[in-house]
Design a protein around this ligand. Sequence first.
Ligand code: MN
Length: 229
Amino acid sequence: MGVRLLIIATAVLALASSFAEASDPSPLQDFCVAVNDSKAAVFVNGKICKNPMEVDANDFLFRGLNKPGNTSNPLGSAVSPVNVNNLPGLNTLGISLARIDFEPYGLNPPHTHPRATEVLTVLEGTLYVGFVLSNPAPGMKNKLFTKVLNAGDVFVFPEGLIHFQFNIGHSKAIAFAGLSSQNPGVITIANAVFGSDPPISPNVLTKAFQVDKNVINYLQSQFWYNNNN
Ligand code: MN
């Protein structure tokens, strides 16, 4: 009886853990340095591993995050990501980083990371930040959580939720974000909806946004700047 119970409990636990992946899959070895070769013939969930005998310290190094990104753009912000694409040693480790620079009144516009939770810390300046909850119950609205952050403040944006950061100060702002994926992805809402290639049918957007077709035509004709370098 005891043994059978143990086997059932183990099976249930194993099943539960396989359904409850909270971040990228766990590594099964010390490291799996990514081969960043778009022509590689093997496609896997992540990147294939470099021969461990050929791995050295440089595979785990990225330099230059002390330099601000170029914020001379319509949004007045720049995201400088450090993920598996420019730091191959991050492959399979479930983590990455970004530096975000803001001009006065610069905006990191509403966006989501489909694969990561983000924890943001402000080094300099004053940011108005927020995120919106998903799946409201019938009759309820999407709840918005916001905060004004100053240097030293830390705020977390739960995985997949739409969020933004706006510099409300008179000076530049700098923030660093940790992300719970080697490749968090970013969907900038306005760019994805109004700037997709090819465009979404205006009939779809007119009905979705409950506005005149001219408004949709205007929005779809705009240039939607991507502040993720
Ligand atoms: Mn973000």
